[in-house]
Design a protein around this ligand. Structure first.
Ligand code: AMP
Ligand code: GLY
Length: 427
């Protein structure tokens, strides 16, 4: 089967790497891809948002399955367009993608399904939001309701900072129309985990747990980023907590989507805060997490095309997911300055040496190839991922590989996976 993968980040390199291992694959196309995906298939110079051109390409090249990586094309109806043309497409419809693309919709649905989440109010007028935030004397979290590339959330310990954030989003429109409405939430305390599941409309197949590291600085300090590293499994998600999340979050939201006449197919990603009072939902995403996908897929032994087809066909009960029991750790190497301003075009060396280390894979994210050199081309540049017999060994291998790689201004957190290592020492 010919497969077209849409996207160009670290997540897409990990997906392409895994898809290329499938016995069901004839030809893999990636649009637009990056120099990493070019090692797994053929990059096609079509923008991931240009559904019309992608469809044309898919028809001409006998694509049997399209896999949509990022949220934007999902929210603008890429899967609907492929399905209407008779091509199987992995991911939710535009209506179902509102679970991520419209945080106000997600909040209301969670409420109607009695899913445990932070208390929150939805506002579409700044004056009302300001009055509400000013009436509170504890920390607030301000969220742009629409898609803001992971940057639309402000955790504010002072209500006055919350008002400033609401003003930037609603009045200055720093995220454009994505900030027409905001959600104002209570701040939750605890440890975060990412729970990803394959969903075929009825059946839910939960993957191994993982944990992201959102803030740029060590010890979870500084502004939020797309994610500075991840590991899988996350020991904070015990079997009991995983069962609770499945029962109290995933099953009710999939049922709720069916009742809403927006059946859910694709990846359902629940961002969870494990509080003293149990797991609570921070957000839903409608696609694989980045960088969580890198360590998760490194551990997945099953054929990814078979699983994706089962999701499209509504036959998830027929597949089995087999996991490597060894943990995996992904350390993101970023451009100096990220998530603020940063320079591009810095030559990267040492990737091949890094990959000579056992069980290490370097996933490209923001890279480009210019005259034979691999150069930086984004904030998050590489996801250096390693497996090990234990979480400490996986971390050691990942950082050993990081040390082999150089580019001007390279930055990474040094404490990826430390929370898991501390937990494994206690247990
Ligand atoms: P979201 O995109 O909604 O997951 O938010 C991005 C990040 O902001 C999360 O991963 C958390 O670190 C933080 N966050 C979001 N909502 C809350 C909340 N209610 N309480 C505490 N932190 C939050
Ligand atoms: N790693 C967080 C996300 O993919 O949204």
């Amino acid at each position: 089967m010919n497969v077209l993968l849409i996207g160009s980040g670290g997540r897409e390199h990990a997906l392409a790497w895994k898809l290329a291992q499938s016995k069901n694959l004839d030809k893999l196309y990636i649009a637009p891809g990056n120099p990493g995906t070019a090692q797994c298939g053929e990059n096609v110079p079509i923008d991931g948002g240009d559904t019309e051109k992608l469809l044309e390409f898919a028809k001409e090249n006998k694509v049997g399955l399209a896999i949509v990586g990022p949220e934007d094309p999902l929210a603008s109806g890429a899967v609907d367009a492929f399905e209407a043309a008779g091509i199987k497409a992995f991911g939710p419809s535009a209506e179902a993608a509102k679970l991520e693309a419209d945080k106000a919709f997600a909040k209301q649905l969670m409420r109607s399904c009695s899913i445990s989440t932070a208390e929150g109010r939805i506002f579409d007028r700044f004056a009302d939001a300001k009055a509400y935030i000013a009436s509170r004397d504890e920390a607030v979290v301000i969220k742009a309701a629409g898609l803001a590339k992971g940057k639309g959330v402000y955790v504010c310990d002072e209500p006055s900072d919350g008002i400033l954030a609401a003003e930037k989003i609603m009045c200055d429109k720093i995220f454009g129309d994505a900030g027409s409405a905001i959600v104002v939430e209570d701040k939750l305390l605890g440890e975060e985990a990412s729970i990803l599941a394959f969903v075929d409309g009825r059946n839910i197949y939960v993957m191994e747990s993982s944990q992201d590291h959102k803030p740029v600085g060590e010890g979870d300090t500084g502004p939020n980023t797309g994610g500075m590293g991840a590991y899988s499994p996350a020991p904070v998600v015990t079997e009991k907590i995983m069962n609770q999340i499945t029962r109290e979050v995933l099953v009710p939201i999939v049922d709720g989507m069916n009742r809403n006449d927006t059946p859910y197919k694709g990846i359902l990603y629940a961002g969870i805060m494990i509080t003293a009072g149990g797991p609570r939902v921070l957000e839903f995403n409608v696609r694989f997490g980045d960088p969580e996908t890198q360590p998760i897929l490194m551990r997945l032994k099953s054929d990814l095309i078979e699983v994706c087809l089962a999701v499209c066909n509504g036959t998830l009960e027929d597949v089995t997911l087999v996991w490597d029991p060894r943990p995996a750790v992904c350390v993101v190497m970023a451009s100096g300055g990220y998530p603020g301003e940063y320079e591009k075009g810095k030559v990267i060396t040492g990737i091949e040496e890094a990959e000579e280390i056992k069980d290490v894979k370097v996933f490209h994210a923001g890279t480009n190839e210019i005259e034979g050199d691999i150069v930086t081309n984004g904030g998050r540049v590489l996801g250096v991922t390693a497996m090990g017999d234990g979480i400490a060994e996986a971390k050691a291998a990942a950082y050993k590989a990081v040390h082999k790689i150089q580019f001007d201004g390279a930055y990474c957190r040094r404490d990826i996976a430390d929370k898991a290592i501390r937990k494994s020492k206690v247990n």
